[in-house]
Design a binder for this molecule. Structure first.
Ligand SMILES: [Zn+2]
Length: 213
């Protein structure tokens, strides 16, 4: 059974075995020897001139088995990065994740249809996870029907949390000041579970998604 209970954090965890640290080209040198991590190019910080070399070195880097996911990668209609560049970077990372059979951790802002379409176009067989999901229940249902997992953090629509089937549910701290245990303690009563029950259920999902690929 996995020891991971937090699938996405930007803070280096005190207990390396408890979380997947979000690693980027600029924080790569800080990655501890025993830390699980995801690695990706965020839509906020892309450069057209370095994209292809970064994707190439990413493929090399991901042979290191500390990396158990690609991300966060994604699409964000509210940021300044040119849309074409975002699409290109996201598509390349999605293709790589599928080819390497790694889960993809996705940053999605006002680009939900595009993300669902791309998953279908690519006929992706790997797991796609929308991180920090704050959408409405209708959107949650669309994602679930398209085969996605949804990860919840500190803030979300309670009805959406209730709409997600227990087998597709994940939790994260992202950049929250709260601990991951706070996140479970907040969500558990909404789902009529004890924090321990929710933790156990989520760890089964984490096992399946990240370790039984
Ligand atoms: Zn994040």
């Amino acid at each position: 059974m996995t020891t991971i209970i937090d699938i996405h954090t930007h803070t280096l965890p005190i207990h390396p075995e408890s979380a997947i640290w979000n690693c980027t080209p600029s924080t790569l040198s800080l990655l501890p020897q025993t830390q699980y991590a995801s690695f990706g190019l965020h839509p906020w910080s892309l450069s057209a001139s370095t994209l292809s070399s970064e994707i190439e070195s990413m493929e090399q880097l991901l042979t290191d088995n500390r990396f158990i996911a690609i991300g966060e990668a994604g699409l964000d209609k509210l940021c300044d990065t040119p849309w074409e560049l975002q699409m290109q970077a996201f598509r390349l990372q999605a293709e790589l994740a599928d080819r390497l059979n790694l889960p993809l951790i996705i940053h999605a802002v006002k680009a939900h249809n595009e993300i669902m379409q791309l998953k279908m176009q690519l006929k992706a067989r790997n797991t796609w996870i929308i991180h920090g999901f704050r959408g409405k229940p209708e959107l949650a249902n669309q994602y679930l029907q398209a085969g996605f997992y949804l990860s919840f953090g500190e803030r979300y629509n309670v009805q959406s949390l209730l709409a997600v089937s227990s087998s597709r549910l994940l939790f994260e701290t992202d950049d929250s000041q709260h601990s991951i245990l706070d996140i479970y303690q907040q969500a558990a009563p909404i789902l009529s579970l004890s924090a321990h029950e929710l933790l156990t259920q989520t760890m089964q999902n984490i096992d399946k998604v990240f370790f039984n690929r």
